[in-house]
Design a protein around this ligand. Sequence first.
Ligand SMILES: NC(=O)c1ccc[n+]([C@@H]2O[C@H](COP(=O)([O-])OP(=O)(O)OC[C@H]3O[C@@H](n4cnc5c(N)ncnc54)[C@H](OP(=O)(O)O)[C@@H]3O)[C@@H](O)[C@H]2O)c1
Length: 340
Amino acid sequence: MKSVVYSRTGDPSVLRLVDRDVTEPGPGEVRVRVVVSGVNPTDWKSRLGSGDGAAPPFPEVTPNQDGAGVVDALGDGVVDLAVGDRVWVYLAGHQRPTGTAQEYTNLPAGRVGRLPGGTSFDIGASLGVPAMTAHRALTVSEDGPQRLHPGALAGEVVLVAGGAGAVGHAAIQLARWAGATVLTTVSSAAKAALATAAGAHHVISYRDQDAATAIKKVAPEGVDLVVEVAAAVNAQLNLDVVKPRASVAIYANDGGAEFTLDVRQNMMKNLRYQFVLLYTVGDAALRAAVDDITLALVDDALPVAEDAGLPLHRFPLAKTADAHQAVQDGAVGKVVIDVL
Ligand SMILES: NC(=O)c1ccc[n+]([C@@H]2O[C@H](COP(=O)([O-])OP(=O)(O)OC[C@H]3O[C@@H](n4cnc5c(N)ncnc54)[C@H](OP(=O)(O)O)[C@@H]3O)[C@@H](O)[C@H]2O)c1
């Protein structure tokens, strides 16, 4: 099979297209014939050595956590999937060398979800990291639901920072599907159009106007939950617009890695900060996310492509390095690799 690998960390040129044997899945694993591989910032950050340039965790690593394809073989003990099932996969390369930038990948059956009905492989490859992170962020508030379904967030005001980002897009879609009033902040008119297409009720261009004023105008009672990509930059904004007992779910440090908190002002609002990292979120949260995302797929609530607010940028497997560079350069939308 064709496989993309790296044996040392560094810029995209460390990625090599090689031929490798197809291997049998181990106990509890499935082998998936990958059709589309999804690229996320975490994939290039790992390839780069996770910040400090550390060596790869295995002698040879195939990148990319997300993807979609068809179950091709079952390991011993796998009973709830069948050969031929159309599936999406997540965390394919977490603590193992078997990402999705290759024609076949083996992974634990628990990291595989079925694609209901006619759900496309493009949607499937766009789910993993973004949708599961968004699910966690939307289910960690004190007064909010722990699971998502239509009506779960009814009456709640959710503010999604950066609604044209991949996680932001998934957060808008899931929050909207679950019945929230969805506000989002973006940096440009083009991104505003995408966030509107994703389903946001109110889109605030934070460069053109005072975001706090604009948010308070459409949500005078305040925001219940913030899904935050730029916690340091938006710390004061969040404090200004949230209502008492709100939560700020922080999943990234874009724009700044540290910020200070005014104890009294935060205390006055009983504000809660919940950090979110998919890798350590735990099995119960992962399972809940897969189940709820599957329901949303049945409802056709998670479309992708430009008219759904997430333009797709396609690359062939041999151009995986270019795909990584595109994500690293901040491509707006979703970068996917056609493997089949
Ligand atoms: N913790 C986790 O488990 C987890 C999971 C997934 C992703 N992440 C991290 O989350 C980040 C985003 O991932 P992604 O795939 O969504 O990337 P992406 O598609 O590139 O989106 C990033 C978005 O952040 C927005 N942004 C940056 N500064 C902002 C600000 N001050 N206010 C509002 N929006 C702002 C940008 O929009 P504007 O240009 O409109 O500002 C951009 O659309 C990455 O750092 C990634 O590594 C973490």
